[in-house]
Design a protein around this ligand. Sequence first.
Ligand SMILES: Nc1ncnc2c1ncn2[C@@H]1O[C@H](COP(=O)(O)OP(=O)(O)OP(=O)(O)O)[C@@H](O)[C@H]1O
Length: 252
Amino acid sequence: MQGEAVISQSVDPSVTFEMAGVSFLREGRALLTGLDLCVPERRVGIVGRNGSGKTTLARVLSGLVVPDRGSVRVCGVDVAEDRKAAIRTVGILFQNPDHQIIFPTVEEELGFGLLQAGASKPEAARQVAGILAHFDKSHWAKAATHQLSQGQKQLVCLMAIIAMAPKVVILDEPFSGLDIPTRAQLTRYFDRINAALIHISHDPEALRGYERVIWLEDGRIRQDGAATPVLAEFTKHMTDLGGHDDISDLAG
Ligand SMILES: Nc1ncnc2c1ncn2[C@@H]1O[C@H](COP(=O)(O)OP(=O)(O)OP(=O)(O)O)[C@@H](O)[C@H]1O
């Protein structure tokens, strides 16, 4: 990582995340540019158009990719430098649970991360039983993961993350392809999570009541502030853009 950005981040574990001078490039193109953020809030929304850099930001925050410039701390942990601590600190729920689920039964899926983290088999089994009971889903233990609905799979992924007791959970468009009742049910589960939430969404409604919303555009921060005014401005801008045709333009 280059040191030219002013990296004056604290290691304050109560700050959800901080970034200083973060830029991320791929194939000579900047996907994120010069992001400076200090976010003590515990319910944070990220919005922006398709391709604005939201998932890239999520991957940087979880330490899955390392920025070309700048640095990132999540709850005081340098997620690029300390991968072990990053895995304990941040859990990420992706858009498509089929990309996340690998085991044939729910209990095996939930136990995997715990075993990887060093829990003994009996300890992992005890914790899996605990997390299933917490979500009122003890009867799911032996269920075949491939037979679950998309919403049920998404909940299994969420339980697998919560089992690891991360301090921060990143939700990357978790409602894609889910019907309204399933979204409402998952929202209630999200509300009960003790960890700080960073929720990427195209739906302003999903972020109502959040403490802060960050609006990305072309990998830069377009607006950042209290949810109500940022979401109002974002919604107006998206509605205005919807009146034009910019999807017929091809790059290159
Ligand atoms: N590995 C990669 N190599 C090159 N370009 C990439 C790579 N990953 C993402 N991009 C590009 O970076 C830009 C930002 O992608 P990203 O997935 O972060 O956007 P997003 O805001 O999450 O979009 P969406 O709302 O459609 O999910 C896009 O133009 C995408 O094509």
